[in-house]
Design a protein around this ligand. Sequence first.
Ligand code: URP
Ligand code: ZN
Ligand code: ZN
Ligand code: ZN
Length: 478
Amino acid sequence: MTTTLITGGTVVSATGRGLADVLIDGETIAAVLQPGSVLLGTDLAASVDRVIDATGRYVIPGGIDAHTHFELPFGGTEASDTFETGTRAAAWGGTTSVIDFAVQTYGTRIQDGLAKWHEKASGNCAIDYGFHQIVGDVTEDSLAALRALPDEGVSSFKLFMAYPGVFYSDDAQILKAMQVSRDTGMLTMMHAENGPAIDVLAAQLVEQGKTDPYYHGIARAWQMEEEATHRAIMLANLTGAPLYIVHVSAKQAVEQVAWARDKGQNVYGETCPQYLYQSLEEQLGASSPEWGRFEGAKWVCSTPLRSRAEGHQDSMWQALRTNDLQMVSTDHCPFCMKDQKELGIGDFRKIPNGIGSIEHRMDLMYQGVVTGELTLERWVELTSTTPARMFGLYGRKGVIQPGADADIVLYDPNGHTSIGLNKTHHMNMDYSAWEGFEIDGHVDTVLSRGKVVVDDNQYLGTKGDGRFLKRGLSQYLA
Ligand code: URP
Ligand code: ZN
Ligand code: ZN
Ligand code: ZN
């Protein structure tokens, strides 16, 4: 077993920072020590197999992206990152665990959906991975199957109030699934948008000839997110289910989450980098010589990018500061422009929904530290520690302490990262939604369970090294 000492860095946790050395024994953190510690009369640095000099760098727990969609069949095509390419891109960006969504579609069994996801992932991941379960067909059978999932290490499931005819659940189905959530302690994750009403608005816009990607954002109005968020909260209140709202983008939806939390309800929310930085006007409304007004398709996702004039982005940053929202995930769901997003030329409803960001989440959120919106500790909390606690991984993941997996990132605050044309990212996409973003900071070295997978702009990971994470119940619930 290789012993490694990471020396001279500033170890950052969700609650503090300090100069410390980290001793790794094989795959596990063995000790966090005073810098330059002596053990049994020997200088520790002289007695380990490998020393990694972290001087001038932050030493943080590896990122945990709790919302990804690798190989998701959606919108008549399939998300373009596989478990292999997606976990490689994650590692490049300092993310060492992902939680992807296994899918049960209409008319199929939960057990089969989960088995299919194991098949897709097994032997292909460079970093550790877990699953949430998408329930696309709430029936008595699927509810029974759901009850058995915690034993399989799947302790959360996602329901959709959006996408009628695809993943949509009506209120009666949601109520029943939430009763299972209450009984088992599984976390209910909700895509909170009023799908049936949105579909009417979208059809009316298309009839009026308003077919550009921009109108995706008009049809999916913030009122539809606020309303669905409120409805989900009330159904959770009634049933006693713990509730986690995914990809929150509207300031009015945040107000709903905050209102429920202030009453003491177990309601949580995540937002995603795109809702912090990007907007209806600038991105969905963009045009280019290559794509004309269809350029905006690069940023078609649901919930949609919101109007900057209405202040949604500022409200997301504020919610991250005040803990009205607890986490940042990517909702990584990449589609290429060619042959995929293109399906929606002439009708925005046919553009496959999703943005790819898995490689950039740690960097993008670090910009919040640079601008003073977030503390260093809050950065670690939002991107690693809370995801671990929320989804039953804490202790193993999300923290640098003895006994934890040695998932560690050396982050250089004086480095620089240019997110350039598609050749400079590692996601399996023919464009980047983050093209042109200049990042203060750089992911220098990434360890996954003690193995260096990225170092000095070199990829050293191996497909198949990532293991399935059997998760426990949430450690975040009161
Ligand atoms: O646009 C998105 N978010 N695509 C992925 C599916 C989902 O709703 O999370
Ligand atoms: Zn969703
Ligand atoms: Zn998603
Ligand atoms: Zn550097």
